[in-house]
Design a protein around this ligand. Structure first.
Ligand code: XMP
Length: 520
């Protein structure tokens, strides 16, 4: 779908692992861009899309190989500013009359430093203030002869043509990847490029919202959509966006497996039914889930039981919605990349993650995934745009199997009740101390041990619990949060005083790896 109201930037994708990051850098500049695979981009496509500027991405192929990807030759005659990156740079040189060679010991991977040649170039404003710039290289081939009209503006030890340009035509070509984190000043280069090209930076989340709504309407027509709601940010934003787009054609299904936190189920239902007037099936399946989990203590068995029941129950309720043709999912861009295995083989399963994957095929439904192009923080921004309260948007992640994996050993109702209370006190403490937003995730795990204590003049024999709080960027690695001793002492005292059934509190200081964030 193409924005009708904003200037458009076209990213021609030659298959680089980091093409999405180019889009991300541009969106941070409020520039509307679209990524399209090179196979799709021909003369007719260019005419119809009518971009204001074009970026040629990197890619794994070699322009020296016959049949390797190219840009349409007409692109270079349209008078548009073009920025070529890595493979994109080589395509540009090759198609404009320069030369690219393979290997010969000039491959460069990882950090490198580019030094200026002295000539000034508009898109290099703010660069080279320290005499050189750190960049991230990843290339086997290299340009050995630049195309007519081009000049050199930056060189690195293994890339004499690290930055070249034909300034009169606004063609720019760089060997490195300015979109990655390891090119610290890379965003500046994109900013200079889009400003030079005349973009006003008026594409915002508000605009994304409008466009996503139009796209949903176009895809769904007058058919019905089912959306599984967990109360997490992704499924909530998906549901609210869909509701704005198609109103009562949407029904949400919220499966309550009896493993939610204190008041969670009421909060989710109130939020969607009362505040947003969304049609919601609240499936209270506590008996079913806790019944099947009774006596089970193996972590994988618990996860598998929950995962299977979840699908059965979701399907049972979804089947009551007549003529549903679509299933909405809050799939994010990182889920899309993670679904591709580059190792070529199955990786070890640490935990069977629980989600509704596999449902659409089983139920014969088509997918609506309006967040597929977004990163997590963009989903949060969209949520804000849709009016979701900050308390909802900033929530810590909560795993699909819920409290089951925070209750090592057998799950019993009394233990779940104790856990809910302790967790509520802990989170309250964190909020009161203003630490909630600094922490990626925090929770209590109730341990399958009882210990002896003394309260008042009496002996106690109650459960021990562990507090967990971690910092993380993506949940893949994590470090424990360095609470002060005062905070820990105060929290332990509050939990023991306020939660009958717990008489000992410990703090888990394991990082990930070697630990995982959850206890099971
Ligand atoms: P671990 O425990 O593997 O967790 O370090 C990493 C992140 O994933 C969450 N998690 C899950 N999320 N379904 C989910 O949707 C699951 O089955 C699941 N298991 C763990 C965990 O809470 C942490 O944020």
């Amino acid at each position: 779908m193409t924005s009708q109201t904003h200037d458009r930037l076209l990213i021609i994708d030659f298959g680089s692992q980091v093409t999405q990051l180019i889009a991300r850098r541009l969106r941070e500049l409020n520039v509307y861009c679209e990524i399209h695979p090179y196979q799709k981009v021909d003369d007719a496509f260019l005419r119809e899309m009518s971009p204001k500027a074009v970026i040629l991405s990197g890619g794994p192929d070699s322009v020296t190989r016959e049949g390797s990807p190219r840009a349409p030759q007409s692109l270079f005659e349209m008078g548009l500013p073009i920025l070529g990156i890595c493979y994109g740079q080589q395509v540009m040189m090759h198609q404009l009359g320069g030369k690219v060679e393979s290997g010969h010991g000039t491959a460069e991977f990882g950090r490198a430093y580019v030094t200026p040649t002295g000539a000034t170039l508009d898109i290099l404003g703010g660069w080279f203030s320290e005499g050189r710039e750190q960049v991230w290289m990843s290339h086997g081939d290299h340009v050995s002869e630049i195309a007519p009209g081009f000049e050199v503006y930056g060189t690195s030890p293994n890339a004499p043509y690290a930055i070249t340009a034909d300034a009169s035509r606004h063609f720019y070509a760089v060997q490195f990847h300015p979109e990655v984190h390891h090119t610290p000043n890379g965003a500046r280069l994109y900013e200079n490029f889009v400003r030079m090209a005349g973009f006003e930076g008026d594409w915002t989340m508000g605009a994304y919202r409008e466009e996503a709504i139009a796209r949903i309407r176009e895809q769904v027509g007058d058919k019905k959509v089912i959306c599984g709601l967990s109360g997490g940010v992704d499924s909530s934003v998906t549901a609210i966006l869909l509701h704005e787009a198609i109103g009562d054609q949407l029904t949400c299904v919220f499966v309550d497996h009896g493993l939610l936190r204190k008041n969670e189920s009421d909060e989710v239902v109130a939020m969607f039914r009362d505040n947003y007037n969304i049609q919601l099936i609240h499936a209270d399946e506590t008996e079913l889930f806790l019944g099947e989990l009774d006596g089970q203590s193996d972590p994988e068995t618990k996860r598998k039981i929950i995962g299977k029941l979840f699908i059965d129950v979701f399907q049972k309720h979804a089947d009551t919605i007549e003529d549903a043709e679509f299933l909405a999912q809050g799939t994010l861009y990182p889920d899309v990349i993670e679904s591709v295995s580059f190792s070529g083989g199955p990786s070890v399963t640490i935990k069977s993650h629980h989600n509704v994957g596999g449902l659409p095929e089983k139920m014969g439904l088509k997918l609506v995934e309006p967040l597929r192009e977004l990163f997590k923080d963009e989903v949060r921004a969209l949520g804000r745009e849709l009016g979701l309260p900050q308390s909802f948007i900033g929530r810590h992640p909560f795993p699909g199997p819920g409290l089951a994996i925070r209750c090592p050993g057998e799950i019993t109702r009394p233990k779940l009740d104790i856990l809910r209370e302790a967790d509520a006190v802990y989170i309250d403490q964190i909020r009161k101390h203003g630490l909630y937003d600094e922490i990626w995730q925090a929770f209590v795990a109730i341990l399958p041990v009882r210990t002896v204590g003394v309260m008042g003049d009496g002996r106690t024999y109650d459960y021990a619990c562990a507090l967990r709080a971690v910092t993380s960027v993506d949940g893949m690695t994590a470090d424990y949060y360095p609470f002060s001793h005062e905070f820990l002492g105060e929290t332990a005292t509050r939990i023991i005083n306020e939660v009958p059934g717990i008489n000992r509190v410990t703090y888990d200081i394991t990082s990930k790896p070697p630990g995982t964030i959850e206890w099971e």
